[in-house]
Write a protein that binds this ligand. Structure first.
Ligand code: APR
Ligand code: PHB
Length: 386
C-alpha cells in the first residue's frame, strides 16, 4: 500500500488527525493494534475544552456533541467541605463541555467511511522503518499476513505504550505520583451541575458526569490498593465524606457499572519529531487526570500537526513541520504545569507534613477570596489559546 500519511493508532489523536487530513484531501491510513470494539469501550475522561469542541465543529463531526454534550459554565473546588465556585464563562467568555471520550471516539470512527478514512484494525507487530529517509514505511500483519505501507510521513499517535516514541530516541521528563484514582461509573444522576474537585484530610475526590443519568466519580487511593477491596458501599461512604456535606447531599448511590484504579503520572518526551516521524497525543506526553487535559492536549497537538502537514503537502511550505515540535511543546509544558499544580494542590501526599498541608489550605482559602486566582484557574481549565 502507498499513502501520504501513515497514522499509527486509532485513539482520539490518530482519528482526529485522520479526519483533519482527509478534509484537506490528503491521503492517509490509520493502523490500529486492537479491535474497534476495544477502542470504543475504553472509558476515559470527559471534559472538553473549547479547543476540542471547535476542532470537532470545523471537521463537521459535532452533530451528536451539540445535542448530548453538557455545557459547564464553571467548576467547583471544595476545601475540607467549604465550597468554592469558580466561574469560567465570567472570566473567559468560554465554557467547557461534558461529553465522554468514548462517545467522541465512536463519532470519529462512525464518520470515517464517509470521510474516506481507512482504518486497519487488529494490526500485529506494527514497526516503523526509515524515518530518517524521504520514504518511511510501516510494516505489520493482518490475520498473519505481512503488510507494508509506504508513505511520505508517519504520525505516531499510538499512546504511551506504542512503538513510535522509541523510534524518535528523544529525552524523557517523568514524575510518578505516590497515589492513583479509583474510578466508578454509575447510572445515577450527577450530584452537582459542574465538575467538583474536593480536597479533604482523607484525600482527594472528584465528581463528574457523562449525561444527566450517568455519573463518574473518583477517590484518591494509595498505589498499593486493590479494586477488590473497594465494595460499592465503601466507595460511596468515602466519596461522600471527602466531597463534604454540601455536595454529598446531592449524591445518589447506585451499583457501579465500572470500577478501576489508574496511576497518576506526568511525562513529556522531547522532541516530537525525527525526520519524517511526528508524535502526537499520549505517545509524547501524559498528564495526571486532575484538570482533564489528556484528551484536550491531544486535540491541540493535532491542530498544530494537521496545519503543518497541510501546509507542507498543499503548498510545499516546510515552516509548519519544522516548527511543530517546539510549538506543540510550549503549550504542552504549560498544560503539564497546570495539571501538576492542581494535582499538588488537591491531593494528600504521604510524605507531606503539617506545613505542606497548611500551605494547601492557605492556597485554597486564597483562591476562595481572590477573583484573580479564580481567573487564572478558569483560563487554564477552559484551555490556553492555541
Ligand atoms: N500499533 C498500532 N496501534 C497501537 C500500537 C501499535 N503498536 N500501540 C498502541 N496502539 C494504539 C492503542 O491501541 C490506542 O488505540 O494507539 C492508540 C492510542 O490511543 P490513546 O492511548 O487513546 O492515545 P491518544 O490518541 O494520544 O489519546 C490521547 O485520549 O485516550 C486518551 O488517555 C488518553 O487522554 C488521552 C488522550
Ligand atoms: C471525568 O469526567 O472522568 C473527569 C473529569 C475531570 C477530570 C478528570 C476526569 O479532571
Amino acid at each position: 500500500m502507498k499513502t501520504q500519511v501513515a497514522i499509527v493508532g486509532a485513539g482520539p489523536a490518530g482519528l482526529l488527525l485522520g479526519h483533519s487530513l482527509r478534509q484537506a484531501g490528503i491521503a492517509c491510513i490509520v493502523v490500529e493494534r486492537t479491535s474497534r470494539a476495544r477502542v470504543e469501550s475504553r472509558i476515559r475522561a470527559g471534559i472538553l475544552e473549547a479547543t476540542m469542541t471547535d476542532l470537532l465543529a470545523r471537521l463537521g463531526l459535532d452533530a451528536r456533541l451539540k445535542v448530548e454534550g453538557l455545557p459547564h459554565d464553571g467548576l467547583t473546588l471544595v476545601n475540607d467541605g467549604a465550597v468554592i465556585p469558580v466561574d469560567i464563562v465570567g472570566s473567559t467568555g468560554k465554557h467547557v463541555t461534558a461529553y465522554g471520550q468514548t462517545e467522541i471516539t465512536r463519532d470519529l470512527i462512525d464518520a470515517a467511511p464517509a470521510a474516506g478514512l481507512d482504518i486497519i484494525w487488529e494490526a500485529g507487530d506494527v514497526a516503523l522503518h526509515d524515518v530518517d529517509s524521504d520514504h518511511p514505511a510501516l510494516t505489520f500483519t493482518v490475520d498473519g499476513v505481512a503488510q507494508t505501507i509506504e508513505c511520505d510521513v508517519i504520525a505516531g499517535c499510538d499512546g504511551f505504550h506504542g512503538p513510535s516514541r522509541a523510534a524518535i530516541g528523544g529525552t524523557y521528563c517523568d514524575r510518578a505520583y505516590p497515589f492513583g484514582w479509583l474510578g466508578v461509573l454509575a447510572d445515577v444522576a450527577p450530584c452537582h451541575h459542574e465538575v467538583v474537585y474536593a480536597s479533604h484530610d482523607r484525600g482527594f475526590a472528584l465528581a463528574s458526569m457523562r449525561s444527566p443519568t450517568r455519573s463518574r466519580y473518583y477517590v484518591q487511593v494509595g498505589n498499593d490498593e486493590r479494586v477488590e477491596d473497594w465494595s460499592d458501599d465503601r466507595f460511596w461512604d468515602e466519596l461522600e465524606t471527602r466531597l463534604g456535606p454540601d455536595i454529598a447531599r446531592g449524591v445518589t448511590r447506585g451499583p457501579s457499572i465500572e470500577k478501576s484504579i489508574a496511576p497518576l503520572r506526568s511525562f513529556v518526551s522531547e522532541p516530537m519529531r525525527r525526520g519524517r516521524l511526528f508524535l502526537a497525543g499520549d505517545a509524547a506526553h501524559i498528564v495526571p487526570p486532575t484538570g482533564a487535559k489528556g484528551l484536550n492536549l491531544a486535540a491541540s497537538d493535532i491542530v498544530y500537526l494537521s496545519e503543518a502537514l497541510i501546509g507542507w503537502f498543499a503548498r510545499g511550505d516546510t515552516a509548519g513541520v519544522d516548527g511543530y515540535s517546539a510549538r506543540a511543546l510550549r503549550r504542552i509544558w504549560k498544560t503539564e504545569r497546570f495539571s501538576w499544580y492542581l494535582t499538588s494542590l488537591m491531593h494528600r501526599f504521604p510524605d507531606a507534613g503539617p506545613f505542606e498541608r497548611r500551605m494547601q489550605h492557605a492556597e485554597l482559602d486564597y483562591i476562595a477570596t481572590s477573583a484573580a486566582a479564580q481567573a487564572s484557574i478558569a483560563e487554564n481549565y477552559v484551555g490556553l489559546p492555541l
